[in-house]
Design a protein around this ligand. Structure first.
Ligand SMILES: NC(=O)c1ccc[n+]([C@@H]2O[C@H](COP(=O)([O-])OP(=O)(O)OC[C@H]3O[C@@H](n4cnc5c(N)ncnc54)[C@H](O)[C@@H]3O)[C@@H](O)[C@H]2O)c1
Length: 260
C-alpha cells in the first residue's frame, strides 16, 4: 500500500455515497485514518466495513451536517480515537431540479441548510481543531456554483455560497497553515442522479431519463463525464503538501466545459 496519506486524519462528510465514499475508500487505501460523517447509517457503515476489509482504518458517525451539536460531538469522538484532525472534506450535499416558481420555502431551507450552512458549520469546527497544527479543507461546490443553471435556484445559490465562504476563510486562515479549496465537478454519475435528479433533468429538457448523460456528453469538450478518479486525484493533491501554496481556489473538473 502506498502510504502518502499516513499522517492524515480525514473527516469526510457525505462519505456514505458517491464522491465522498470514493474519497474515503482511496484515502484509507493511501493510509489515512478516515471518519465518515453521514446521515445514512447503512451506507456509511457499509463503506467503513469495505475499508476495514481491505486493511484500512475508518469509522462511521451519524451526523447531520446542518446540526452543530452532532458535528461537535462526533469530532470530540474522532479526537479521542485518532488524536488529531488535519484533513476535512465536505462532500455531503443535496440537489433538486424544480422550476423557480415551484421552489418551496422548505426546499430552499433544506438545500441551503445542508449544502451551505452544513459547510459553514463543518468549516468552523474543522478550523477550531486545526488551528494548533494546520490542515487542509476541501469543500464541494459545482459548475453550478460558477454559472447559473435554470430550475436549480436553491442548489446554485448554495454552491455559489460555498465558494464565497471558502474564499473568505481561506484568506482569514492563510497564515495559520490552514488551506481551504473547492472542487467544482461537472457531471459525475453518482447515486445522486438515481435519487430523482436524472428524471428531473429529463423533464426539464424534454428527454428520456436514459438520454440525460448523453445530452451532457455533447457539452463536454473532452467527450467524457467526470470520473471518481478525477475527483479523488484532485482531493489527494489538495490534501497533501503537493498543493502547499494553493488556497482559496475553486477547481473546475469539467473536461474543458467551463473555464472561469
Ligand atoms: N454527482 C454530481 O454530478 C455532482 C456534480 C457537482 C457537484 N456535486 C457535489 O458533490 C457532492 C457529493 O455528491 P454525490 O454525487 O456524491 O451525492 P450522493 O447523493 O451520492 O452523496 C451525498 C451524501 O451526502 C449525504 N448527506 C445528505 N444530506 C446530509 C446531511 N444533512 N448530513 C450528512 N450527510 C448528508 C447523503 O446521505 C449521501 O451519502 C455534493 O455536495 C454535490 O452537490 C456532485
Amino acid at each position: 500500500m502506498n502510504n502518502i496519506l499516513s499522517d492524515k486524519v480525514s473527516i469526510i462528510t457525505g462519505g456514505g455515497s458517491g464522491i465522498g465514499a470514493a474519497i474515503a475508500i482511496k484515502f484509507a487505501n493511501l493510509a489515512a485514518k478516515v471518519a465518515i460523517f453521514d446521515v445514512d447509517e447503512k451506507n456509511g457503515k457499509k463503506i467503513v466495513s469495505q475499508i476495514e476489509k481491505s486493511g484500512g482504518t475508518a469509522s462511521y458517525y451519524n451526523v447531520d451536517v446542518s446540526n452543530k451539536e452532532q458535528i461537535t460531538a462526533a469530532v470530540n469522538e474522532v479526537m479521542k480515537v485518532y488524536g488529531n484532525i488535519n484533513s476535512w472534506i465536505n462532500s455531503a450535499g443535496v440537489s433538486k431540479i424544480i422550476p423557480f416558481l415551484d421552489c418551496s420555502e422548505s426546499l430552499w431551507d433544506q438545500t441551503i441548510n445542508v449544502n451551505l450552512k452544513g459547510t459553514f458549520l463543518c468549516c468552523q469546527v474543522a478550523i477550531k481543531n486545526m488551528l494548533p497544527k494546520g490542515g487542509s479543507i476541501i469543500n464541494f461546490s459545482s459548475v453550478a456554483g460558477k454559472k447559473p443553471c435554470t430550475e436549480q435556484t436553491a442548489y446554485c445559490a448554495s454552491k455559489y455560497g460555498v465558494i464565497g465562504l471558502s474564499q473568505s476563510i481561506a484568506k482569514e486562515f492563510a497564515n495559520k497553515n490552514i488551506r481551504v479549496n473547492v472542487i467544482c465537478p461537472g457531471i459525475v454519475e453518482t447515486p445522486l442522479w438515481d435519487k430523482g435528479l436524472r428524471d428531473e433533468y429529463a423533464i426539464k429538457r424534454g428527454l428520456k431519463p436514459d438520454e440525460v448523460m448523453d445530452y451532457f456528453l455533447k457539452e463536454i469538450p473532452m467527450e467524457r463525464l467526470c470520473s471518481y478518479q478525477d475527483i479523488v486525484n484532485t482531493a489527494i493533491f489538495l490534501t497533501t503538501d503537493m498543493s502547499s501554496y494553493l488556497t482559496g481556489q475553486s477547481i473546475n473538473l469539467v473536461g474543458g466545459a467551463w473555464m472561469d
